[in-house]
Write a protein that binds this ligand. Structure first.
Ligand code: NAP
Length: 213
């Protein structure tokens, strides 16, 4: 496949690029600072871009089979500024202008609707504490998800719990429309693995998907 990766210098983004190249895909990595991109390869194009300019992003997404985004706030200040929504908006506009449909982004587990089955007490307490501390992050991601839902794209919002730097295992749980029970952590490399696996999975189109060990 021909894939365009935004946030390609981030923790998940670098893994998407590395695993996509290893799987034989053609990758366009969209970055603001090419020196931070560690992956190399014949099938890798590096596209330096100002993400505030949807028009300049059209070249990066034109003709690709799917766009995968690891974009997100680097800290609470960026989240308060609504960075995830702000960075994703021009990606949506560029895709719509080029008629590119498939988009996978990173969101977060607390964005999933509450489940009928009650989570274990420890998980409920943890979710409550984390949701209060990281409220600006989740508010930003909620705006981003609302804009995905209103877009013309075939989006998937991948919702991990706490991220770790564990190497890729390929072994994790996923749940379309919710979170796997007692979701506590997943490695950035496995989030990337899940996003690549979902790229061609129609069951995940226009859905939030929880991922966790
Ligand atoms: N941390 C957790 O436990 C956790 C849990 C659930 C969900 N999440 C979500 O997962 C996302 C991805 O995680 P991660 O660890 O891969 O994030 P990360 O390493 O912080 O990567 C964020 C990416 O967004 C890009 N970015 C940020 N601000 C930008 C700006 N103003 N202009 C252009 N690009 C910008 C960064 O580019 P540069 O490299 O150029 O800065 C980087 O590529 C997080 O942002 C968060 O929303 C996190």
């Amino acid at each position: 496949m021909k894939l365009t990766v935004f946030g390609a210098t981030g923790g998940i983004g670098q893994e998407i690029v590395r695993q996509a190249l290893a799987a034989g895909h053609q990758v366009t990595a969209v970055v603001r600072a090419p020196a931070r991109l560690s992956a190399q390869g014949e099938r890798l194009d590096v596209f330096r871009a100002d993400l505030s300019d949807a028009e300049s992003l059209r070249t990066a997404v034109a003709g690709c089979d799917a766009v995968l985004s690891g974009l997100g706030a680097r800290g609470l200040k960026d989240a308060r500024d609504g960075i995830a929504a702000r960075l994703t908006r021009p990606v949506l506009r560029a895709m719509e202008a080029e008629g590119v449909r498939r988009l996978l982004v990173v969101s977060a587990a607390p964005l999933a609707p509450p489940t009928a089955e009650r989570e274990p007490m420890l998980d409920r307490v943890m979710i409550g504490v984390v949701s209060r501390v990281l409220k600006p992050v989740y508010d930003d991601l909620r705006v981003m998800e609302d804009e995905l839902a209103r877009s013309a794209t075939d989006w998937t919002s991948v919702r991990p719990p706490k991220l770790t730097d564990k190497p890729v295992t390929g072994t994790y749980r996923t749940q379309v429309g919710g979170n796997p029970r007692s979701s506590r952590a997943i490695g950035r490399a496995d989030v990337a693995h899940a996003m690549l696996a979902m790229t061609e999975d129609p069951a995940t189109v226009k859905q939030g998907v929880g991922v966790a060990y």
